[in-house]
Every structure is written in C-alpha cells, then in structure tokens.
Design a protein. Structure first.
Length: 294
C-alpha cells in the first residue's frame, strides 16, 4: 500500500500546470481530490513520475450560470459537496443535486472534484452519466488551445477519455434549464457510501401538450464506459410519457446496457435494475418538469 516514488509540483496557474504535464511526457498526472488517483498509486496500478497538484491554482472552483453562453459553468476543481450544497443547483438543476448527494460518503464529497471524476473515465462514476443525459460538455486547456468537447465524444472507454496527456480539464458546461424541463438521478447502492450497482440519469423537456420535446438518458456502471441510451431517447422524443412509452424506453435503455457480473451483483440483475431505474428517473424528471416534487 505504498506508492512508487514520485516528484511533486504545485503550480499556481493553469499555464504552469500544462507546462509541467508537457515536461512529464505522459508520465505526469494531475492531482485533484486524489480520491481515485491515490488508491491506484497505492495499489501500484498507477505509477506517475510527477504529480501536478492543481489545488493551489486559483479560479478553478466555481458554479455560475452564463446566460450569454447559454450554459451552467462549473470549474473543474469544484468539490462534489459544493455542488450538493449550492442553492443554485438545488433550485434549478435537480439532476445534479441528486447525483452530488449520492457520491460516496462525506469525506469523498469533501475532497473529490467534478473535473477529476470526469477526467478519470471510470464507468462507475456518477458525473459522466449525468453529463451524457444533460448534453454536457467539458472544456480542456492545453499549451496552444482550449477545446470544448461534447461529453459523448469525451468519454471513450474504460479509464480512457479524449483528454491529451498535456491537457487539463478546466470546466464542465451544461445547458441552462429550459421551461418545462426536469431531471432525476436514480442510483442503486449496496450500502451508503458505495459506488452504484447501476445508476440512471434522465433529463427531459416537455412541450405545452406534455409531449417529450427533448430527452437525455445516461447509464452509470452499466457497461465498460458510461452509456448514452440513444435508442431510448430516440424512441421517446415526440411522444407523450404514457406508461407504455416509459416501459418501452426503459426496455431500450436496458438493451443498451452491458454490465458484468461482479461483487455488486449478476449482470442480469443489473440489467433489470437499469430498466427499473430508467422508469423511475423518467417519471421523476417529468414530475419536476411539470413543477412537481424537486
Ligand atoms: C470510498 C470511495 C467511494 C467513492 N464513491 C463514489 C461514488 O459513489 N460515485 C462517484 O462518482 N465517485 C465515487 N468515488 C470517486 C470520487 O468521486 C473521486 O473523487 C473522483 O472519481 C475523482 O475525483 P478526484 O478529484 O478525487 O480526482 P483524482 O483522484 O485527483 O484524479 C483522478 C484522475 O483524473 C485526473 N484528473 C483529475 N483532475 C483533473 C483535471 N482537472 N484535468 C485533467 N486530469 C485530471 C488525475 O490525473 C487522475 O488520473 C469514490 C471514491 C472513494 C475513495
């Protein structure tokens, strides 16, 4: 449980952090909350030669709406707990409020960051599924350019993202909530503080007649990477949320899942839970879109 030797740097600007990553030539790693990286280092599953600690870089932790951009902007170093407790998030982004409150335990939420969670590319992390449902984007900063990447393009495979070794994930963006929109995150855990057995994020917008005008569904821990349930989304768009339609969308989300049997349960059980949680997430998102229980 002792990590391999490594050098440590604590830059105070994004530019310096990027320069350190570049100098590390792929062997340097960013240290944010450390709640995923340090366990991997202790198990010697990761042995970076340099840790670039970004915790002393000012201006990477914030939650604000940007009407000109039409986006909610969250700094990469924003802790899970700051999202959980944010009055803005609680009032206007129930999908995020649900997910933040269910991440790990208070120690994990106090240290872990949204940026770290997404950069890590772990299919068991909750934020990537939320981003897929909400059509989120990530902003990366490298030596010469800033990139804005759709979450669906960013999340490539298990522990693999579109982030280059000399880039920092600097911001997460989500669309501002439209009229008659709502979201919900449903997570099934073995016990409080654990990763999800499976989780389902849903975000939808209804038109004035109650027809689904837009919908996003993201699955957590239901396959080798976080999954966007595209067939379920396509099926629901343009239809009312009648029980048969909800059931069919849930079945299609289950079809999109590809979980493995492990100590969190058999694959068949997880698939069945994806179906059930998709129904619950859609129905709660719709209730919230119609001004119901937050
Ligand atoms: C007991 C326990 C329970 C947990 N339960 C859950 C859970 O239920 N749900 C959940 O989603 N997560 C859970 N986690 C994980 C937790 O949310 C982590 O905090 C998160 O996955 C990683 O964020 P971090 O800030 O700690 O990143 P770190 O551990 O510091 O970094 C993780 C990886 O991302 C890279 N990285 C970090 N920040 C950046 C950045 N800004 N730019 C580029 N690369 C970056 C690092 O180099 C590293 O490769 C749990 C962790 C523990 C220890």
């Amino acid at each position: 449980m002792i990590p391999a030797a490594f050098a440590y740097a604590a830059p105070t600007s994004v530019a310096d952090a990027v320069a350190l990553l570049r100098a590390g030539g792929g062997e340097a790693k960013v240290l944010a909350g450390g709640h995923s990286l340090l366990p991997l280092m202790k198990l010697r599953l990761a042995s970076p030669t340099v840790l670039v600690d970004i915790n002393r870089i000012p201006g990477l932790s914030y939650i604000r709406e940007d009407p000109a951009l039409g986006r909610l902007r969250i700094g990469a170093l924003t802790r899970h707990v700051e999202i959980e407790r944010s009055p803005l998030i609680r009032a206007r982004y129930p999908l995020l409020a649900d997910a933040a409150a269910g991440i790990g335990d208070p120690q994990v939420r106090n240290r872990g960051t949204m940026g770290g969670s997404i950069a890590h590319g772990d299919p068991a992390s909750d934020w990537p599924a939320v981003l897929l449902a909400a059509d989120g984007e990530v902003v990366t900063t490298g030596a010469s350019e800033e990139r804005v990447i759709a979450a669906s393009d960013f999340l490539i495979d298990t522990f693999t993202t579109a982030l280059a070794p000399d880039e920092l994930l600097t911001e997460v963006r989500l669309p501002l909530p439209a009229e008659r929109s709502g979201g919900s995150y449903q997570k099934l855990e073995r016990k409080v503080g654990d990763y999800a057995i499976v989780g389902v994020a849903a975000q939808l917008r209804l038109d004035e007649q109650g027809i689904v005008a837009a919908v996003g569904i993201g699955l957590c821990n239901a396959g080798p990477t976080s999954i966007k349930a595209v067939a379920a989304e396509d099926f629901l768009r343009g239809k009312p949320l009648a029980p048969d339609n909800v059931s069919e969308a849930a079945r299609l989300a289950m079809e999109a899942s590809n979980p493995v049997t492990d100590d969190r349960g058999p694959a068949e059980y997880k698939r069945a839970m994806v179906k059930e949680l998709t129904k619950r997430a859609l129905l709660q998102a719709a209730a919230r879109a119609q001004g119901g229980a937050r």
